[in-house]
Design a protein around this ligand. Structure first.
Ligand SMILES: N[C@@H](CCC(=O)N[C@@H](CS)C(=O)NCC(=O)O)C(=O)O
Length: 308
């Protein structure tokens, strides 16, 4: 049990769909813990120390926050089939900064502007502040819907063009860029009221979407949050203290730090003692009253680390 991949997520979460798709590409068995769609999320925060975004992956007492950290670990523990066919490592991560920042933001603007006043009030308040910060203005998003659709269509066309000469984004085999583009398309199709009609004209994209969908989500089995807590409590992190030794902010293993997302507004910082720090990852150790000592992993890109 302590080596099981446990994904804390909820079915409607598009960013979780990215990871579910990766689990499918790698045909992995995994445990599914369903978390609330809205805060408070006490069972999740017990593991993360404050980080509330979705999804979070757990393996024993190692907790992976953000899909970058999750996917990097999945590739490490199951290198084949690779998410980086043709040696596409660096480029594929860079594609992620487009799909997860610019494209996802555009999709979110369209979904919010389209749903408008029908969005449940508590959802609109929570997600509006998270994604659009203090400037969140639903009326402005409703008004800007046509312009946001223009921005979205231009980007969707890039995906469609890329698929002109290949079955998947990188060629004959699916890889990380497929999961990165797919979750955005899944979000538009499912949550923009005119999504299916909007996507219909992108014939190559629609055929590819069916191919990615057919890969599935690997082999999930349900698990309770309390069971996941017991797994963490009974396990010890496999992380050893160290790193690449040249942190540009002078942070070293042993330092007490906070880590927070710079991609959203108001996701609480997590505090702990640095275990490992490198150009791509920071791992901190913290203690939870129920779960005991856990090692919480974050990517460096998109996260701010500060010494306490
Ligand atoms: N950069 C994060 C983004 C995660 C994210 O924004 N997830 C959405 C769900 S699709 C979220 O957390 N929404 C608020 C929530 O679930 O409480 C990642 O790649 O994991």
């Amino acid at each position: 049990m302590s080596g099981d991949i446990i994904l804390h997520h909820y079915p409607q979460s598009p960013v979780s769909e990215k990871v579910r798709c990766v689990l499918g590409i790698k045909d992995l068995s995994w445990r599914s813990v369903i978390i609330p769609r809205m805060p408070p999320k006490p069972d999740l925060v017990e593991l993360t120390g404050g980080y509330r975004l979705t999804p979070v992956m757990q393996i024993g007492a190692d907790i992976f926050c953000d899909t970058q950290a999750i996917i990097r670990e999945l590739e490490r523990i199951k290198p084949e089939p690779t998410l980086f066919p043709g040696g596409s490592h660096g480029m594929a991560w860079a594609v992620g900064r487009w799909t997860d920042v610019e494209l996802f933001k555009t999709v979110t603007k369209v979904v919010f502007g389209d749903a408008g006043k029908d969005l449940p009030k508590d959802f609109s308040k929570d997600r509006g502040a998270l994604y659009f910060g203090a400037d969140y203005n639903l009326k402005a998003l409703i008004k800007a819907l046509p312009e946001n659709l223009v921005q979205l269509r231009a980007q969707i066309e890039w995906i469609d063009e890329r698929l002109a000469a290949r079955d998947f984004m990188l060629g004959a085999e699916p890889g990380l860029p497929d999961a990165l583009c797919y979750y955005n398309i899944w979000f538009i199709r499912g949550r923009y009221s005119k999504g299916p009609a909007f996507l219909k004209k992108f014939k190559r994209l629609c055929a590819w979407e069916n191919r990615v969908k057919a890969i599935g989500h690997g082999r999930p089995k349900d698990m309770d949050a309390s069971y996941a807590h017991a797994v963490a409590r009974g396990a010890t992190s496999l992380v050893t203290q160290g790193g690449d030794g040249d942190d540009l902010c002078g942070i070293n293993p042993g330092d007490e730090v906070t880590v927070e997302s710079t991609g959203v507004t108001g996701c609480p910082a997590v505090q702990g003692r640095t275990l490992r720090i490198s150009s791509q990852e920071i791992v901190i150790q913290r203690h939870g009253g129920i779960v005991g000592n856990v090692a919480v992993h974050f990517p460096r890109a998109g996260y701010l680390v500060k010494k306490v």
